[in-house]
Design a protein around this ligand. Structure first.
Ligand SMILES: Cc1cc2nc3c(=O)[nH]c(=O)nc-3n(C[C@H](O)[C@H](O)[C@H](O)COP(=O)(O)O)c2cc1C
Length: 301
């Protein structure tokens, strides 16, 4: 028997898979279903201060090797989110509350409210490539440091900082999060992208540009995790294009202690969490690894 339980700082996970933020929308019922489908943890949709409408449709399209979304940061607002977190908490796996804000000073109070609702950790979304205002935070080490420090002083639960790949030096930004007290790094958010429909000579997304996810971005995510692993000592979680066990193992060997799965649900359904776990175990058995930890970062050796 091999052992795939893992830890991300103080957070203990029965297995290394988590639901990535936003993919299934904002309902607590969806989070609960994912928890009961075998995910080791679930992350909420990113929640802001006020309710926010979605972007013009179409806002999600399937491309050849990934999904392009311009969902933006549509969400019900923090004051309307308590009940959803409470439903998700019935799933007996850690619930990680994702928050975003247009300004540094709003992150602390949002995070505190999520903590009061009962989440076991926070994820700071600094990196949505299609919401105005946020791109500045995503690429600016000083702002990342301020946001992280602000949230750290507002809550007691672990604080994970989610980074965008759409920046010049992601390792430097991870260091800024670490120095400000961040308990872990989640990498990556979607890759800024667009697609055009030649027949109508128009962008496919109502929003023009959006974020690319799924298989196409896995090599970008693995590269980011690899670079960040060399730059910081806090734990990492890999995201981007994970749909099978080998995808997860790539991220783990690059330095991740867990992976998040978003678009993978589109390709394999909610069974993807169980399937990825069984496929990681099969790989470990075949290659003589007994504990998941033995694989973390070994591509660097
Ligand atoms: C429809 C959709 C909505 C998303 N919403 C959020 C969000 O609210 N907050 C966030 O941090 N990331 C959001 N993401 C990004 C994912 O959490 C993840 O970082 C990205 O999709 C890469 O992982 P994947 O290839 O497994 O989908 C969203 C992605 C998609 C496709």
């Amino acid at each position: 028997m091999v052992e795939i339980s893992t830890t991300v700082g103080r957070l203990k996970l029965q297995n290394p898979t988590m639901l990535a933020s936003g993919i299934l929308g904002d309902s607590g019922d969806s989070l609960l279903r994912v928890a009961r489908s075998g995910a080791g943890a679930v992350v909420t949709k990113s929640i802001g201060r006020e309710p926010r409408e979605g972007n013009p449709s179409p806002s999600l399209v399937e491309l050849e090797h990934g999904l392009l979304n311009g969902i933006g940061l549509a969400n019900p607002g923090i004051d309307n989110y308590r009940a959803e977190v409470e439903v998700a908490l019935q799933g007996d796996v850690p619930v990680i509350g994702s928050v975003f804000a247009e300004d540094v000073e709003f992150y602390g109070p949002l995070a505190r409210t999520m903590e009061v609702y009962g989440v076991q950790a926070l994820e700071l979304n600094l990196s949505c490539p299609h919401a105005e205002g946020l791109e500045e935070i995503a690429g600016d080490a000083d702002l990342i440091s301020q946001v992280t420090a602000e949230v750290k002083s507002a809550v007691k639960v672990p604080v994970f900082v989610k980074l965008s790949p759409n920046v010049r030096d992601i390792a430097l930004l991870a260091q800024a999060a670490e120095e400000a007290g961040g308990d872990g790094i989640i990498a990556i958010n979607t890759v800024k992208a667009m697609s055009i429909l030649p027949e109508v000579a128009k962008p496919v997304l109502g929003q023009t540009m959006g974020g690319l996810s799924g298989p196409a971005i896995k090599p970008v995510g693995v590269r980011c995790v690899y670079q960040i692993y060399e730059a910081v000592d806090i734990p990492l979680v890999g995201v981007g294009g994970v749909a099978n066990g080998l995808d997860a193992v790539e991220y783990i060997m690059a330095g991740a202690r867990a992976v998040q799965i978003g678009s993978g649900i589109h390709y394999r359904g909610l069974e993807v969490f169980e399937a990825v776990c069984r496929e990681i175990e099969a790989f470990m058995e075949e290659h003589g690894y007994r504990r998941l930890e033995e694989m973390v970062g070994i591509a660097h050796e």
